[in-house]
Design a protein around this ligand. Sequence first.
Ligand SMILES: [Zn+2]
Length: 309
Amino acid sequence: MTSSRFFNTLRTSSSISWKQTGKIQQTLASVIEKSGTTLHSGEFSTAKLFPAKAGEGRFFICGDRRSRIPASIDFVTETTLCTTLCKDGARIRTVEHLLSALEGTGVDNCRIEIDGSDEVPLLDGSAQEWVEAIEKVGLCTANDSNGSSMEKMAPFLHEPVHVWSNDSFIAAFPSSKVHITYGIAFPQVPAIGYQWFSSFPLDNSFYAKQIASSRTFGIYEEVERLRKAGLIQGGSADNAIVCSASKGWLNPPLRFQDEPCRHKVLDLVGDFSLFAQNGNQGLPVAHIVAYKGGHSLHASFLRHLSGFC
Ligand SMILES: [Zn+2]
């Protein structure tokens, strides 16, 4: 095993230290292919996931020029209702659920080829189909070009950090394990109302059983407005749970009574996976407490953690 020779290139800031996790970097044991409608453009796209070498991390190959875009906070450009990565004129949208599944199951290195659209297919609006496909093909040790495995490092938080915007916030505190607590507030939609969900410890098993199957949710009264703005053209009752302020849930049953709040944890894991570099863990080892967050605040937190703002 090689100790991380990329260690010197990892992001550093006063709030985090990269430490060994006691695990070695992994990748997929075989190829996964999934196709489906995309959320915003409503086009049909195909994602093929290939094993990748230790140290390569997760990256997309997309667009006519088959550009390579690393799944990194350095390339996040837009966070309106989904997370978008751009590099050298190429872009890939709605990366968060797939990346959440990869981070949540320990696929540290992965080449993701996208065809047919500039978006990842939405599938059922959760990470469940990705997790099932990953479990089916299995994981294996990732080797570098010399045939050696590499240690997996993780960013450990050693002082409290927070970002906020109006009444939304994300705060993180030192902890020996990953612990995520998420709150949402929809007083205007009584069927959702106020919810808190806490995951401890957020390990691969907890993620697969308690988080991965939670679907995207939408507020019925906002759907028309978003459609007119050219967004969520591919959104439907097959890939989201929809709640009306006056009529409650329009396409029950829910998979969990607090499914919307669990989906926010799913999104946070996907967005925070973008802190990963060189096949190491992205999700900081910390107790992360988020309230009324979204993709934009998730990205702000990572930039703050990187010492950029
Ligand atoms: Zn989501």
